[in-house]
Design a protein around this ligand. Structure first.
Ligand code: ATP
Length: 354
């Protein structure tokens, strides 16, 4: 078992707190994403799990053992950076077998392991080639091969696809996910790319300024964002935010914006003050019969869909609609929101009101 439990983990660099009291759990075999903008503390969190950085306080358990103050070499993990760190003077086979040879594994067994890994990664043909002349993709596979050949309890990956162009990146992210499904090793993966996190992760932790904003499945995080930050960071185009002031009772299923009632999931608690009505572009329809109105200011054609931007009394709204639906710039139209999918936020704290 290689579940990873992080409890009240904190890291200070002098006066600066890079990670503030984080707690989360990575289940055995899970593909787990640490997601957030640059500088939010995700790499520092990963480096603490790896043992490359010692926590200021808090605990790290790998497979039930507290390892927070132990050196990296005693943690049975493989750390994969952007995957180009190969030994240029060695061929593919020697690059992959290096970790095993340096552990003193007998030659025959090394050959067997390398063959197995090469098969998984589809690089049997290039085992005897020097790494210098390989394509970017093959070099990535070799670097991965070197990480997986030791069969560590878990993999820690820091933006491993960061250096690749968009198309190849997508291809490699699919390969990585397939590889994970085949091997089943617990993986913690750092990225600032929300799409990559949504596509690859079983679970996602979203971080901002050293704080965990939300922890959940991609679907949870997309459908039920816990804060304005998460709602804005996840999804492209991001969620629409309509600002308004009002007073809502517990159980309310409507919020009134510009004299028009808009549906919301029933509230558990009453709320009074400045709020934000959040709704995703795919949950906005143009409808003649809707009382809430907006003026079309732009329409962006995307093939099967188009993104229509409208000016409304509560701010700009984007609607993702079928591209064959007429949407003329300058026209004023009704907007219907799918209230069941909407999220209300407290404008002051930025937290979701449920
Ligand atoms: P990026 O994607 O840019 O690497 P990140 O979310 O991974 O961002 P971290 O690298 O964890 O962020 O850094 C978090 C904060 O801690 C940053 O403000 C960074 O400048 C700071 N930091 C990281 N390492 C150190 C260090 N050794 N000394 C001082 N400050 C540091």
């Amino acid at each position: 078992m290689a579940e990873i439990v992080i409890r009240n983990l904190r890291k200070e660099f002098g006066e600066f707190t890079a990670v503030q009291s984080s707690s989360f759990k990575v289940e055995d075999g899970e593909f787990f994403m640490l997601l957030g903008p640059s500088g939010c503390g995700k790499t520092t969190t990963l480096r603490m799990i790896a043992g490359l950085e010692l926590p200021t306080s808090g605990e790290i358990y790998i497979g039930g053992e507290e390892v927070g103050q132990r050196p990296a070499s005693e943690r049975d993990i493989a750390f994969v950076f952007q995957m180009f760190a190969l030994y240029p003077h060695m061929n593919v086979r020697r690059n992959i077998s290096y970790p095993l040879v340096s552990q003193g594994m007998p030659r025959a067994q090394v050959r067997e392991k390398v063959a197995e890994v090469a098969k998984i990664l589809g690089i049997e043909e290039i085992l005897d080639r020097p790494v210098g002349g390989l394509s970017g993709g093959d070099r990535q596979r070799v670097a991965l091969g070197r990480a997986i050949v030791r069969e560590p309890k878990c993999f820690l990956m820091d933006e491993p696809l960061g250096a690749l162009d968009a198309e190849f990146r997508e291809h490699m992210s699919e390969e990585l996910r397939k590889l994970h499904d085949r091997m089943g090793a617990t993986t913690v993966y750092v990225t600032h790319d929300q799409l990559e996190a949504m596509q690859m992760g079983d679970k996602i932790v979203v971080m901002n300024h050293g704080v965990i904003e939300q922890f959940g499945t991609p679907q949870d995080i997309y459908d039920k964002p816990a804060s304005l930050f998460v709602a804005d960071f996840i999804g492209s185009p991001s969620m629409n935010f309509l600002r308004f002031h009002g007073s809502l009772e517990a159980g309310a299923t409507e919020a009134v914006l510009s004299h028009q009632p808009l549906g919301i999931p029933a509230l558990r608690e009453p709320f009074d003050g400045d709020m934000v009505y959040g709704v995703r572009p795919e949950h906005v329809r143009l409808s003649d019969s809707a009382g809430y109105r907006g003026e079309i200011v732009a329409a962006e054609y995307l093939g099967t869909t188009q993104i229509v931007t409208l000016a409304t009394p509560n701010g700009e709204v984007k609607a993702r609609i079928a591209s064959d639906q007429p949407a003329r710039v300058g026209e004023t139209v009704g907007l219907a929101f799918n209230g069941a999918t909407a999220t209300l936020f407290d404008n002051q704290t930025g937290r979701a009101i449920r």
